[in-house]
Design a protein around this ligand. Structure first.
Ligand code: NI
Length: 151
């Protein structure tokens, strides 16, 4: 039987400050590697976060999932703790990590992956600027579709 997967993407916004600066490098190395992004006081971004889930639409609702449920999880796990914060200085998720777009996109995946039930997390896309975005996806997600358990 062919399962007809459908993808649903929701878009979220948060603003945050960060500074790319590793204690493993000297000041000079940090400047060389991270450029202006290592400036002492940090800088901010208006991040755009795209979360894509997929599944076979429920036979009764015609939906992959209730997007309000997804919104609630993203709000709780990402937006509320990160929005209008200095990621490196205020947010526990970034302790011991560099807040690069690559790291952020992986963190979002890991935080959401364990929360989703009945739907597969398919892709995370994070816009850091209008010219840079980061994407992460896994082909074999641990979060697998459970058919018709959405209502
Ligand atoms: Ni930056």
């Amino acid at each position: 039987m062919i399962q007809k997967f459908v993808y649903l993407t929701r878009v979220y916004y948060f603003s945050a400050a960060h500074r790319l600066h590793s204690p493993k490098f000297s000041e000079e190395e940090n400047r060389r590697i991270f450029g202006n992004c290592s400036n002492f006081k940090g800088h901010g971004h208006n991040y755009i976060l795209e979360v894509t889930v997929s599944g076979v639409p429920n036979s009764l609702t015609g939906m992959v999932c209730f997007y309000r449920d997804l919104d609630k999880i993203v709000e709780e796990k990402i937006i509320v703790p990160w929005d209008h914060r200095h990621l490196d200085e205020e947010v526990e998720d970034f302790k011991g990590k560099l807040s690069t777009g690559e790291v952020i996109v992986r963190l979002v995946w890991d935080k959401l992956c364990i929360c989703l039930e009945g739907v597969k997390l398919s892709k995370i896309k994070l816009w850091e600027t209008s010219t840079s975005f980061f994407e992460y996806q896994e082909s074999a997600s641990k979060t697998m579709l459970k058919l018709d358990n959405l209502i």
